[in-house]
Design a protein around this ligand. Structure first.
Ligand code: GLC
Length: 460
């Protein structure tokens, strides 16, 4: 190892987490889960454990055409999904959410969504057809019903005025009514719930949905008796034993200070330059929105300290948010001793003067950041598996980091196995478009349940 790499190795040791540290993360998260679930402690809990109103996975009898809207990252999607038992066909279109809309008023945001929906329906000649719709809204919401979700606070770079505290389905309906399109909003779900549902549609053992993308979060099937915030009439008509999907919102883990033993000064810097300072601290150590920024902060710091790049940076290196998270994947896809992709990333950052030792050291930094992220997510998944105590569980996973990072899946599979007793077996299953298809599935289950109740003469 070169002198330069040795120094960088020593300077970044705190990014390598031992199994003892991860074990402590598991114990702490378990405590946070319990606080979030209890009525008394929920108001001050960092991890909110929101009950969804989804209590059952699809049974394979769902059928028909459904629309789905998917808002939760930098893009917004509209989908038309045709379900027929286990088969499905989908057609979708991606629309950008411009920065001025992400930071504008709520009305602008929902009008933009309605306009995209109208464009989609026009181009598919769907006008005049009344379709049920599932809305994936991937932000922390307190749900009051399957079609009522109040946004608690924005995450992931969104900051539209006048939405926090409001029911997002109401806002969506009012923007849709202005364009005169006939839509029945049947369900609003988080992307984690969508992921769980779409994987459960394929494999009935799926009980957990995890996202490692722009943000990170998970949901899982919890026994209803442990979820104190459920309304008292919830268990009526539900499956036996009663259960419900809980949206953990684990991104906020650490917001009360419990993760300081694994956070570094660079984590503080990333937090300082974010839109939601002091919030979503676990998410900021893991997800795609922050991974590049984390690497940038470290490389910039080590350059200032003359440990890298002969002390010479570039304007981009010293400007927050200029290092894309995708560069981390490029850099880590170079095989050992090769620098082709790393050199491309250096050029993008105006750091063409990096020599092979610099690039090897930067590769090590990227690897440490993504490995730390994968290990933290693994500890969190192990917390859920240890809590569920099932013999075998399928964990549905989605998100750009999990999908596109070259080693993330393998790192997670290995570390979860190390942190979970061997009697609780598991598999990680890549979800196929959980946020889109999952919302349509929840809408389809709702439509089917209404039809079943009607057939049984229980409703008009
Ligand atoms: C953020 C959101 C959460 C979402 C996650 C993944 O953490 O708060 O609702 O599930 O990102 O998109």
């Amino acid at each position: 190892m070169s002198e330069k790499r040795k120094k960088v190795d020593i300077a970044t040791r705190d990014l390598v987490l031992s199994n003892d540290q991860l074990e402590k993360v598991v114990v702490l998260l378990e405590q946070e889960f319990n606080e979030g679930l209890k009525r008394e402690t929920n108001p001050i809990a960092a991890v909110k454990m929101f009950p969804t109103f989804v209590r059952d996975v699809p049974n394979g009898r769902e059928a028909g055409k459904f629309l789905a809207l998917d808002l939760g990252g930098t893009n917004f999607r509209v989908l038309l999904i045709e379900l027929n038992g286990k088969d499905f066909r989908s057609d979708s279109q991606i629309f950008a959410v411009p920065q001025h809309v992400m930071l504008g008023s709520g009305q602008q945001l929902f009008d933009h969504i309605a306009a995209c929906l109208q464009e989609f329906m026009d181009s598919r000649h769907l006008n005049g057809t009344r379709l049920p719709l599932g809305f994936t809204f991937s932000f922390p919401c307190r749900q009051e019903g399957l079609t009522k979700a109040r946004l608690v606070q924005w995450t992931k770079g969104f900051a539209c005025r006048g939405v926090e505290g409001q029911d997002v389905v109401q806002l969506l309906r009012s923007s849709i009514s202005k364009i005169g399109v006939e839509i029945d909003v049947m369900a609003v779900v988080n992307d984690t719930t969508g992921t769980l549902m779409s994987c459960a549609h394929k494999n009935a053992e799926c009980r957990v949905g995890v996202i490692v993308g722009t943000g990170t979060n998970a949901c899982y099937m919890e026994s209803a008796d442990r979820v104190e915030l459920l309304p008292s009439d919830f268990s009526d008509r539900s499956v036996d034993p009663p259960q419900v999907v809980v949206n953990t919102e684990w991104g906020a883990f650490g917001d009360n200070g419990v993760l300081e033993f694994v956070r570094t000064d660079w984590d503080d810097e990333v937090d300082t330059y974010s839109l939601n300072k002091g919030r979503q601290l676990f998410e900021k150590m893991i997800s795609g929105m922050y991974m590049g920024e984390m690497v940038r902060s470290i490389v910039a710091d080590l350059t200032r300290r003359q440990l890298l790049l002969s002390g010479v940076g570039s304007q981009k290196l010293f400007t927050p948010h200029c290092f894309q998270s995708a560069y981390v994947s490029w850099i880590e896809s170079d095989p050992n001793g090769s620098f082709a992709k790393t050199r491309d990333a250096m050029k993008e950052m105006d750091l063409g003067h990096a020599d092979d030792d610099d690039m090897a050291a930067i590769q090590m930094i990227c690897e440490r950041i993504s490995t730390r992220a994968a290990h933290l997510v693994s500890a969190a998944v192990a917390t859920i598996l240890r809590r569920m105590r099932r013999e075998y569980t399928v964990v549905g996973v989605d998100g750009s980091v999990y999908r596109f990072h070259p080693h993330f899946h393998d790192l997670m599979a290995k570390k979860i196995a190390e942190l979970t007793p061997s009697e609780f077996r598991f598999d990680l299953m890549l979800s196929e478009d959980g946020s889109g298809r999952g919302a349509a599935l929840v809408a389809a289950v709702a439509v089917r349940q209404i039809a079943d109740l009607r057939a049984a003469g229980l409703i008009e």
